[in-house]
Design a protein. Structure first.
Length: 164
């Protein structure tokens, strides 16, 4: 009997030597039972990082050219356009809100032209919605009335009937 207990004890000792137990603590024990806790934590952390740092571009200042570069770009576009006759000269270029305002001297007139901050699009005549709202309060817009045309009335109308 003792021999049998001794063998069992020896087997337990062998098993203990083969297996290394690492205490994981009470918090990580729950992760072993339910791995969704860890994945939710990791995904939440990634979401917070993406919201803080963003994912490349999207208003972080990438691709924005300075006003002088935008002015030169507009000037080269106007001078290389075959539909526009004459030469244009750059007067000034400055950032105006979300656009670059470029003043071009064309045939003796100073013409304001706008371009996007990245210099990719040219806008010739932007309309400010804020100014429209301010002026709309003081004077309501009058709808244009079509001019009345004189229509002659004849005594006998002409009616034609086609029978097939």
């Amino acid at each position: 009997m003792e021999d049998k207990k001794l063998k069992e004890y020896a087997k337990k000792e062998e098993k203990k030597e083969d297996v290394v137990e690492i205490p994981v603590g009470k918090y990580l024990k729950g992760v072993r039972k339910n791995p969704w806790v860890a994945s939710t934590f990791v995904l939440g952390l990634l979401l917070v990082l993406v919201l803080i740092f963003g994912v490349g571009g999207g208003g972080s200042g990438e691709g924005v050219v300075n006003a002088d570069e935008a002015g030169q770009k507009v000037l080269s576009f106007i001078n290389s356009n075959p539909e526009i006759t004459g030469e244009a000269a750059l007067v000034s270029a400055e950032q105006d809100g979300n656009f670059h305002r470029v003043i071009i001297n064309y045939q003796g007139q100073e013409v304001p032209v706008y371009t996007t901050l990245d210099g990719g699009f040219l806008i010739s005549n932007p309309i400010s919605l804020e100014e429209m709202e301010d002026s709309g309060d003081s004077q309501p817009a009058q709808p244009s009335q079509p001019s009345a045309q004189e229509i002659s009335k004849s005594d006998k109308p002409v009616v034609e009937l086609y029978v097939w």
